[in-house]
Design a protein around this ligand. Structure first.
Ligand code: SF4
Length: 443
């Protein structure tokens, strides 16, 4: 039977789904060209907010249509919602025959073979391991220029609003040797830029009782791999950002001038209630230190509006903080209660109307900052790593898309039809658009 994977949520889920896709192909499964061509429906879920979780249920409801047409077809639910809801999926949706959590991912290809052979079987892979579960890479012969490498799983921070420690488990760092080997292999396969992934990469190695190198040291080791042109990482917790990592931004040739540093709120009271472990003053000091060693660094962040007890004054402080830092971009969300987290018991809750109004104000302010920051780039030049042809093509030219060092999307028009994938070109920025830049190759 052919498979179809639907992914919700963060970059870690996208990376997990990519691994599953490669591994199913190498195990002999065939990928469906479209959903209605599939017999195995895999949904990789996210429960970090209420909205993506609801999307999973409506997606499963919609699948009934395909499953009724094909009695041997079945669905599999993986990721954070699967870890939380577990075997209850089997009762609620009888056509779900496999549930797997983040640590069960590596066993999915084998489980699917067993499910195909025994139509009465249902399997749950929900146990947490107390070590990082290594999986074979199953890489294709040639890789695109940018790749993601997981360096850890789970989180120990238990921020008051977050389900991750419950759905992805406690922090488990991967062995630095495995990470370095995987990066070497990816570079051999054509990768130029690697983004290290983890819920809190700054605390890499701290769960290994001194037996693993620090994150700052890992960056240095990777920087010395021949052929690596660009290195990035996400996500960083401000409280765990070490001076060694800040220093690395000023010293390592491959480390791109971009950092995603989740602020969440500009109010010290709300940060304390969230259990974030830093103050706005500390956050601003971090920003200053980063800009001192890397003045061109691009900063992006995550912000939550309407956390329980957030007053108008607290929200105003978040807006002030946005102006103090001047983020290049941000991801902003309305707070929603997640089952089992501390904030679900906190009050007073903020009404949906107030949350929506605050989110609207915040996002408009961010749009102004993004526009300002992009406009400042016009006239300057940077190296751009070409990803592939742009989605929108203009008549008479060939438009290509890439990213500058700060991670901004750049579109460039060429007159010759030539495969530029993976090339790193000097580009002068000629125009700022709402979320991207336009440029021309600098001579
Ligand atoms: S640091 Fe906080 S918000 Fe981030 S994954 Fe861990 S618990 Fe969740």
């Amino acid at each position: 039977m052919k498979y179809h994977i639907q992914t919700f949520g963060c970059q870690m889920n996208v990376s997990d789904s990519d691994w599953l896709d490669r591994s199913l192909k190498s195990a002999g499964f065939e990928k469906a060209s479209a959903e209605d061509d599939a017999g195995i429906f895999i949904i990789n879920t996210c429960s970090v907010r209420e909205k993506p979780e609801q999307k999973v249920y409506s997606h499963l409801g919609r699948l009934k249509f395909f499953l009724e047409k094909n009695p041997s077809a079945f669905a599999c639910v993986g990721g954070c919602v699967a870890q939380q809801v577990g075997r209850d999926f089997f009762q609620r949706f009888p056509y779900v025959r496999l549930v797997f959590g983040p640590d069960g991912l590596g066993m999915v290809p084998g489980a699917l073979k067993r499910l195909e052979q025994d139509p009465a079987l249902k399997i749950s892979l929900l146990d947490f391991e107390d070590y990082y579960p290594e999986k074979p890479g199953n890489w294709p012969e040639r890789m695109p220029p940018r790749a993601f490498v997981n360096i850890m799983q789970g989180c120990d921070n238990y921020c008051a609003y977050c389900v991750v420690p419950y759905t992805r488990g406690r922090q488990k760092s991967r062995s630095s040797r495995e990470i370095i080997n995987e990066c070497r292999e990816l570079i051999r396969l054509g990768v130029k830029e690697i983004t290290l992934l983890g819920q809190n990469v700054n605390s890499f190695g701290r769960d290994k009782n001194g037996l693993e190198i620090s994150f700052a040291r890992l960056l240095r080791e990777l920087n010395s791999i021949q052929g690596l042109r660009r290195l990035r990482f996400t996500t960083s917790h401000p409280k765990d950002m070490s001076s060694g990592v800040i220093k690395a931004f000023g010293e390592l040739e491959t480390l791109c001038p971009h950092l995603h540093l989740p602020l969440q709120s500009g109010s010290d009271k709300i940060l304390k209630d969230m259990g974030r472990g830093y103050t706005t003053q500390k956050y601003l000091e971090l920003v200053d230190s980063l800009r001192l060693v890397r003045p061109d660094i691009t900063l992006s962040t995550d912000l939550i509006v309407g956390f329980p007890g957030e007053s108008d004054e607290d929200f105003q402080l978040t807006l002030e903080m946005m102006n103090d830092v001047g983020f290049d971009s941000s991801f902003s969300f309305k707070y929603s209660d997640r089952p089992g987290v501390r904030a679900a018991l906190m009050g007073p809750k903020i009404s949906e109307e107030v949350k929506s109004a605050r989110l609207d104000v915040l996002q408009k302010l961010q749009q102004e900052w993004t526009a300002k920051k992009l406009a400042r780039r016009v006239g300057s030049s940077d190296l751009v790593l070409m990803d592939g042809p742009s989605k929108k093509q203009k008549a008479g030219v060939y438009s290509w898309q890439g990213r500058d060092g700060g991670g901004r999307v750049v579109n460039i028009d060429f007159h010759n039809r030539e495969d530029l994938t993976g090339m790193i070109l000097p580009v002068r920025f000629t125009r700022a658009k709402k979320h991207s830049l336009e440029g021309e190759v600098a001579s």
